[in-house]
Structure formats: structure tokens, C-alpha cells
Design a protein around this ligand. Structure first.
Ligand code: CP
Ligand code: NVA
Length: 318
């Protein structure tokens, strides 16, 4: 992770394979050091980010991203500042550019959850400290680190394993397919017509798949076709934040996409289920969501170990 210091964390494709490996390994190291199973006294545990701070701009709601970042930063000895939509001048009286320039003078890092991906790009263009994308309409790279960590915890090496996405072609899918391909996973994606993944990101995934020796990315509109032969089945909400008005329409168009016992039964024996949360019953049945096959709660916990790794690596203070 030597070269990672000072870099922004905007999308998974911007990481080299070595950086992705390094961040996952550091996340596991932090879990060993600071986790519930650790024997280290929290008072004497290392505090590599003492004196550092992260400003957290949230234009949308969050449970995991906010709490994992605030708690993780505290464990590492630093401070975090939550800036909700009505807490700062951004968007009303002040531009993203000026916000970036000002926050960079107070804080060591700026994290942002935004609607338009262009906003996080604008932030990173002008900030003079490292920026973390905490979800935009196109990318959710922090989530992918947590997901890949959960899969490595379960399977060990994931190279050659097959990941099936069933649902909306959204931000969570985008980074997960980029990251999965980087680790040598075969990617299979089922999305309803009109809800496909972003074309440019699909192209990048296909390129990464070829580079990392996986099967070509398989695309379909039939959920069971994607799931057949898979070791991991993943979904997310059908209605992302900001799309609430499309709820009725989407629920109709995603008919047949619920991950339930019948669909899981078409995956390989021992297949596992992932969901970034928050979750609704329409996209996954209780039976699957609370089953032993479901890794959703370790996956959520990993959000903390992984964001800690990103912040420490960006600051070059592991
Ligand atoms: N998975 C995730 O990003 O959750 P929050 O929206 O609660 O942060
Ligand atoms: N795709 C969802 C993920 C929430 C964590 C959204 O953007 O709302």
C-alpha cells in the first residue's frame, strides 16, 4: 500500500490489483487488532490516526457508512464530523469546489455520499486532501471491499468462484463486478430490460475479466440463468435512494427477481447470499435473508474494517 498515500478512493477500477489486495489484508489486520475477538485493551491499542480527522458529507441517508466511519475513525484515534444536508452551506450558498477547498484546510480526509457521481469527481478535483466516495449514483466502492472481505472469509481464495447478481444494474453492482473481476471471479448479471448496468463500466469489467483470466461477463434478463452454476448470489434494493417516485413501476418490472429459496436452489451447493443492506422483502425472502447461507451481517460488520483500512492507507499511517 506504499503508493496509496494521498490517493482518492472513488471507484474500484482505480485501484491496482496490489492496492485492492493490500486494502483487504489491512482490513483483516484491523479486525484482528480492534475486533471483539481481540485481546488488545482498547486504551492501549494502536492509534495511528491520532490528530487526523474526516469530514463526512452526506446528501443521503446512511446507517452503515456513517456509523462504520465514525466508529472506525475513533478506534484509530482520529475524529469524524458528520455533515448532513442541512448542516453545511453546500448546495444552498456554496459550491462543491469551494466546499472542497475549505474542508481540505480543516481535515485530513473528506468522505462524501452524493446523488450525482460528478459531484464526487468535482470534490476530488478540488480537494487537496484524499477524498472517499461513500456512494454516488454510479459507484459504491466501500461496499465492494466489505463484500469481497466477506467472500474471502468464507471461501478463502475467491479466484474461479462465480458471482451472480440478480436485480438492478446499479452503483453496488458496478463496483462489485469490477472488484470481483479483479480477484478473478466469474461474473454473471441478470437485470430486467431497461435496468442494465452502465455500459462503460460493463466494458471496463469485461477488460478486467480478460486480464484476470475469468470467464467473459455473462449478461441476461432471466434471474435463474445468472444464478445457475454460481457460488455467490447478490442483490440490492430495486429502488435506490433518489428513485422513490419510481417505486410502483420498478416493483412491477422486477417481478420474478426476488432471491428466494427456489432461486438459491439453482446455485451451486454451498452457495452464499450477499446484500449490502438496507433490505426489503420484495428483493429477498426472509427465508434466504436469515438463512445460514446469508453473509449479510458479517458483510455489514466488514464495512468498518474496510473503511478503516482505506482511511489509514490514504494517510500513509497504518
Ligand atoms: N450499505 C450501505 O451503504 O448502507 P447505508 O446506506 O446504511 O450506509
Ligand atoms: N443502491 C442503493 C444502495 C444503498 C446502500 C442506493 O443507492 O440507495
Amino acid at each position: 500500500l506504499n503508493g496509496f498515500e494521498g490517493k482518492h478512493f472513488i471507484s474500484i477500477d482505480q485501484l491496482s490489483n496490489e492496492e485492492l489486495r493490500g486494502l483487504l489484508d489491512l482490513s483483516k489486520k484491523y479486525r484482528d487488532t480492534y475486533g471483539k475477538a481481540s485481546t488488545v485493551d482498547p486504551i492501549t491499542a494502536p492509534k495511528p490516526l491520532t490528530g487526523q480527522s474526516v469530514s463526512m458529507i452526506f446528501q443521503k441517508r446512511s446507517t452503515r457508512t456513517r456509523v462504520s466511519t465514525e466508529t472506525g475513525m475513533t478506534l484509530l484515534g482520529g475524529q469524524s464530523l458528520f455533515l448532513g444536508p442541512s448542516d453545511i452551506q453546500l448546495g444552498v450558498n456554496e459550491s462543491m469546489r469551494d466546499t472542497a477547498l475549505v474542508l481540505s484546510r480543516f481535515n485530513s480526509l473528506v468522505l462524501a455520499r452524493v446523488f450525482s457521481h460528478n459531484d464526487v469527481l468535482e470534490l476530488s478535483k478540488h480537494a487537496t486532501v484524499p477524498v472517499i466516495n461513500a456512494l454516488s449514483d454510479l459507484h459504491h466502492p466501500l461496499q465492494t471491499l466489505a463484500d469481497l472481505m466477506a467472500l474471502e472469509d468464507h471461501f478463502g481464495d475467491v479466484k474461479g468462484k462465480t458471482l451472480a447478481w440478480v436485480g438492478d444494474g446499479n452503483n453496488v453492482l458496478h463496483d462489485l463486478m469490477l472488484g470481483g473481476a479483479k480477484l478473478g471471479m466469474n461474473i454473471r448479471v441478470a437485470t430486467p430490460e431497461g435496468y442494465e448496468a452502465n455500459e462503460g463500466i460493463l466494458e471496463t469489467t469485461k477488460k478486467l475479466a480478460a486480464e484476470n483470466g475469468t470467464e467473459d461477463v455473462f449478461l441476461t434478463t432471466v434471474a435463474s440463468e445468472a444464478v445457475k452454476g454460481s457460488d455467490v448470489v447478490v442483490t440490492d434494493t430495486w429502488v435506490s435512494m433518489g428513485q422513490e417516485e419510481e417505486y410502483e413501476q420498478r416493483v412491477k418490472e422486477f417481478d420474478g427477481y426476488q432471491v428466494n429459496a427456489n432461486l438459491m436452489g439453482q446455485a451451486n451447493p454451498g452457495a452464499v447470499f450477499l446484500h449490502c443492506l438496507p433490505r426489503h422483502r420484495e428483493e429477498v425472502s426472509d427465508e434466504v435473508f436469515y438463512s445460514p447461507q446469508s453473509l449479510v451481517f458479517p458483510e455489514a460488520e466488514n464495512r468498518m474494517w474496510t473503511v478503516m483500512a482505506v482511511m489509514a492507507a490514504q494517510l500513509g499511517k497504518l
